[in-house]
Write a protein that binds this ligand. Structure first.
Ligand SMILES: C[S@@+](CC[C@H](N)C(=O)[O-])C[C@H]1O[C@@H](n2cnc3c(N)ncnc32)[C@H](O)[C@@H]1O
Length: 201
């Protein structure tokens, strides 16, 4: 079963930053990896789903002309909004709330909370939510967590099976998986090349 918003409300009632996103080197390093994987320096519309206290949002916002961040928990929304003036932080639950169309979609540490059936619904939304030429970034913790319906490995396997877009980056560590795609025709190697965008080949 997909974990409901009440599950996260309880976590935020117990701790204002339940995953210590503000203080852990693990998280800061992961955010640097995420930012480095994005093929474009600047985007128009960006969306992060499941923003928590807004630490990754703060890394992404300077890369986007208009940044939106969603979270299922009201407490997280309030904290992320205070941390990120200028970002539209909204209480929304994916995939019940349909994804808007954006140039950059970031799904970081959020998809393993979804049951496989909800993940399939979300992936269908992703196909059209990313504008042609836009970027999808997915990053997830690999170790099983008792409460979570899925593992990061299962989530990335589902994304890799469902999406035939060219991949800019696929990064694997013992603790995390990172995949970055460009919405373009399957096999279009130039669409996924940062160097090609600057006519280096
Ligand atoms: C571990 S935090 C991820 C924070 C940030 N994206 C990062 O990578 O550091 C997960 C957040 O996702 C939110 N969340 C969980 N399920 C969600 C859903 N279906 N829709 C929107 N937000 C959700 C939780 O409330 C929580 O704040």
């Amino acid at each position: 079963m997909t974990l409901p918003p009440a599950y996260f409300d309880d976590l935020y009632a117990a701790a204002d930053d339940p995953w210590s996103l503000r203080t852990r080197w693990y998280e800061r390093r992961k955010y640097a990896l995420s930012a480095a994987a994005l093929p474009r320096e600047q985007y128009g519309d960006g969306l992060e789903v499941g923003c928590s206290v807004g630490e990754l949002t703060a890394v992404l916002a300077p890369r986007c002309a208009r940044m939106t961040a969603w979270d299922a928990s009201a407490a997280a929304v309030a904290t992320a909004a205070a941390r990120n003036p200028g970002v539209a932080v909204e209480r929304r639950v994916a995939p019940r709330d349909r994804l808007p169309v954006v140039d950059l979609l970031v799904l970081s540490e959020v998809l393993y909370y979804l049951a496989p059936s909800d993940l399939a619904v979300l992936v269908e939304q992703v196909r059209t939510a990313v504008r042609p030429g836009g970027t999808l970034l997915a990053v997830h913790w690999r170790h099983p967590v008792a409460d979570y319906p899925q593992t990061g490995d299962a989530v990335h396997a589902a994304l890799r099976t469902a999406l035939d877009w060219p991949r800019v980056a696929a990064h694997e560590e013992p603790d995390l998986l990172l995949d970055c795609w460009v919405r373009a025709a399957a096999g279009d190697g130039r669409a996924a090349s940062v160097a090609a965008a600057e006519d280096l080949w």
